[in-house]
Design a protein around this ligand. Sequence first.
Ligand code: ZN
Length: 183
Amino acid sequence: MCPYCGFDESNVLESRVSQEGRSTRRRRECVTCKKRFTTYERVENVELKVRKRDGSVEDYSRDKLIRCIDHACWKLSPEERLKIVDELEMKLLNLDGIEVPSMDIGVMVMDKLKNIDPVAYIRFATVYKKIGSVEEFENLVKDYLRRKEPAHTANARLQKREPKLSAKVRKKGTKHGPARKKL
Ligand SMILES: [Zn+2]
């Protein structure tokens, strides 16, 4: 089904079996709106199951993943959102097991959003981690910013200490002069 207009028929432009050989990637073009999208189909028709937090198991739903990404990343264009969905789904379809905990999917989504859309990441993580207080929210943002700090600023801080050390050494040298006079 076309993710843009919902029409059922599409033409396959390109088919490729994924590296791991467990799914087939198909580039399709909608017959009606002519927009292009990608589908992944499991080889052997093995259905992917999702184990939820309460222990119940349900069929993996691409629509649910789309809704989740649409909701978190409303700032991004439909094409960008669909690209995220495709990449996440490709990962899911190539997992070893046929059953994946919903929590693992949540972590996957967070890792993905962290680099692409920080605001969406914070929004998603707030819901996912069931954050209920301002303090918890503050810690989440702080954690994110801390991890984001580029390595070179940390290095610059370390380098600043060195001149201070050498200045101390110089001071010790001048103290040596007056000490001698006493003898
Ligand atoms: Zn369409």
